[in-house]
Design a protein around this ligand. Sequence first.
Ligand SMILES: Cc1cc2nc3c(=O)[nH]c(=O)nc-3n(C[C@H](O)[C@H](O)[C@H](O)COP(=O)(O)OP(=O)(O)OC[C@H]3O[C@@H](n4cnc5c(N)ncnc54)[C@H](O)[C@@H]3O)c2cc1C
Length: 287
Amino acid sequence: MKSPEFSYFKAQTMADVFSALQTHGDTAQILAGGQSLLAMLNLRMANPKILIDISGLESLKGIQKTGDVVRIGALTTHHEVLSSSLVQTHVPLLAQAVPYVAHLAIRNKGTIGGSLALGDPAAEYPAVALALNATLVIQSASGERRVKATEFFISLYRTAVQAHEVLIAVEFPVATANQRFVFSELARRKGDYAMVGMALAISLEGQTIRDASLAFMAMDDKPILAPHAMKAMVGQPINQQTIAEAQKGLDADLHPAGDLLANAATKKHLSRVLLSRALMQAGATHV
Ligand SMILES: Cc1cc2nc3c(=O)[nH]c(=O)nc-3n(C[C@H](O)[C@H](O)[C@H](O)COP(=O)(O)OP(=O)(O)OC[C@H]3O[C@@H](n4cnc5c(N)ncnc54)[C@H](O)[C@@H]3O)c2cc1C
């Protein structure tokens, strides 16, 4: 299928973007890497009257570490995230997740901001952002606001970004020495969207889990935390009993509907498998 007709505007500055958004309201749509939006247009899942292309805005590109935060500009491509030594060193959960994002050609154009703003429940970055409780930085003509990941993902393809706003960056907390991270997912073919995926961050004190954050993707209409499983881990050593209790917690946390890739029972089973493997891996890397 071909896309519906639309006008196109290439923004040179943020002021251009806000002025165009003000003029066209919710008939406009932001174009970043186009790796989801162009497909959605061709499938007639989107019907904007005008695309506002932000891809030339240098101020939205790049990765910096300031204090205990790594800030990634919205237009930073998946490939740039994957190649970043700052991400490898300071945001290891994100570094583990990026190789799962699509294929090389898509990673060269697709952006982290595009993925987060799209809010696909089966995408990797949203689950990582949730597990690390990242901060999403959103700008409009009237200024900037900062939204925690727990408040950012609202429902299927719906995030806190409003029609007059642009997601400009995401900020991840810098990993500390006592933290362990595991990102893992199961897909039918490498590069496909996952049947289920999981992002785990734990803090250890000696052999004991002091803090745990666990997010799942492709299990609901948005990425979700697993609070019962998280609670079952805290204060416990990493052993088979803790794994079993955490898996039990997943029964209360996860209520997938099933989709074209896997039915609900398969998704629940795979979530238990992923969590068990992740805790064993986190325990094995404990020093
Ligand atoms: C074959 C294929 C396989 C894929 N596999 C995966 C996968 O396994 N995992 C995965 O996570 N993704 C996957 N993707 C999607 C890919 O990661 C996209 O790059 C990403 O979802 C969107 O980024 P983009 O820059 O291309 O955004 P666009 O396609 O340009 O935009 C996506 C949406 O976000 C909005 N938007 C974009 N940037 C902003 C912004 N800064 N502020 C506000 N709104 C904005 C747009 O208006 C649009 O609604 C796949 C895509 C394809 C084509």
